[in-house]
Design a binder for this molecule. Structure first.
Ligand SMILES: *Cc1c(COP(=O)(O)O)cnc(C)c1O
Length: 381
């Protein structure tokens, strides 16, 4: 039997990507601008709706960095950030010399806990330092508690940077993720819901703000025949080659989201009679999740040798990749000295959680292999 590696999430081409890349070569638009860049931005704008204005950038991390700059974050400021996330959500806070304040997850969506969020804001204001921004993440494509989080942000008038890197194709009350924040961020890295091999985008609420983002992303060049600069610039624009891949991917995005959701349904079915495992599922009928990665929580039973890590090793032995959930930022060596508000929800999720193969390109045979390995592990011992 074919025992090749089953990946967590690997690139899945739709078919027309090379056509757009070939066009870029044929017309010599081999540069960080061109028709594919404009085309991808238009595709994303019509996909997101809600008056989204999209600037294509070199990565999601670059988009978060520029987003914080556009929200006015400077050295010495504080920025609130979800603790349970990928480090790229938080690193740009430090690029700017600002201080992160980390917030625990709530148990339903695993995203920003509204209670801890408000505690952090109230304490910061009492300390005469109102946070400059809130970074909210839709973890694994599951929307955060949009109404509750934005009600708090509005109450204290703090802008939200919506890290939708994992949530392109997810929505809340029929509105697409990426369009809720004052600024939204998308990622097209190789393992994300769609890929441009590497890339990202910033989603702005106005055309002016989009143009400002692109201005900063292209070295902040003033209008002059020579190179004239009155702002710090960045080299963050997406290349026309990468954007060509993105245009092909946008043709198949809804289909691929559907296939990811079928993987999630496969796991719900697979684990339905395994009491030790809970499959992470959106709690609300208002939420539509792309299930970028399917995740589970294992209730440990050490006597029977059942832990998330033991399951991970059993899958690895069958050449199936799985991975612990994101290690919370407040537990990371680089971030552990910064303030943290909350209890131990994210720590418990990290201790007992696992992401499972979730790609839109997995085959029936691969699903059979996963099933066999999982049942083999949970067989009564
Ligand atoms: C992938 C990811 C990013 C960063 O995107 P890149 O395009 O890899 O720079 C940011 N935040 C989250 C939550 C991510 O998963």
């Amino acid at each position: 039997m074919n025992n090749s590696k089953i990946w967590l999430s690997s690139p899945h081409m739709g078919g027309n990507e090379q056509k757009y890349v070939q066009e870029a070569f044929d017309t010599n638009w081999v540069a960080p601008l061109g028709p594919n860049v404009n085309g991808l931005e238009q595709d994303l704008e019509s996909y997101l709706g809600a008056n989204a204005h999209v600037g294509a950038l070199s990565s999601g991390t670059a988009a978060i960095h520029l987003g914080l700059i556009l929200l006015g974050v400077q050295a010495g400021d504080t920025v609130i950030c979800q603790s349970m996330t990928f480090s790229a959500s938080a690193n740009p806070i430090l690029y700017l010399g600002a201080t992160p304040i980390f917030i625990d997850s709530e148990p339903e969506t695993w995203n920003l806990c509204p209670i801890a969020l408000e505690q952090a804001i109230v304490a910061s204001i009492a300390n005469a330092q109102k946070p400059k921004a809130i970074i909210a993440v839709h973890l694994y494509g599951v929307p955060y508690k949009v109404d509750e989080i934005h009600a708090i942000a509005d109450k204290y008038q703090i802008p939200v940077l919506e890290d939708s890197a994992e949530a392109l194709g997810s929505s809340y009350k029929q509105q697409k993720c990426g369009t809720f924040g004052d600024i939204g961020v998308l990622s097209f890295n190789g393992n994300k819901i769609i890929t441009t091999s590497g890339g990202g985008a910033i989603v702005a609420k106005t055309k002016d703000l989009k143009e400002k983002a692109i201005f900063y992303a292209t070295q902040s060049r003033d209008a002059a025949p020579h190179y004239q600069h009155s702002h710090i610039g960045y080299n963050y624009r997406m290349s026309n080659i990468c954007a060509g891949i993105g245009r092909g991917q946008m043709e198949v995005i809804d289909h691929h989201v559907n296939l990811r959701r079928q993987m999630h349904a496969f796991y719900v079915d697979l684990f339905q009679n395994i009491a030790a495992v809970t499959v992470f599922t959106t709690p609300e009928s208002n939420s539509f999740a792309n299930y970028w990665l399917s995740a589970i929580v294992v209730t440990p039973d050490v006597d029977k040798g059942i832990t998330a890590e033991a399951l991970r090793l059993a899958l690895e032995a069958a050449n199936i990749e799985s991975r612990p959930l994101w290690k919370p930022m407040h537990l990371q060596p680089i971030f552990e000295s910064y303030p943290y508000y909350g209890t131990t929800i994210s720590e418990q999720l990290f201790a007992n959680g696992l992401c499972l193969p979730s790609g839109s390109n997995l085959t029936d045979l691969e699903r059979e292999r996963i099933k066999k390995a999982v049942f083999g592990f949970f067989e009564p011992k």
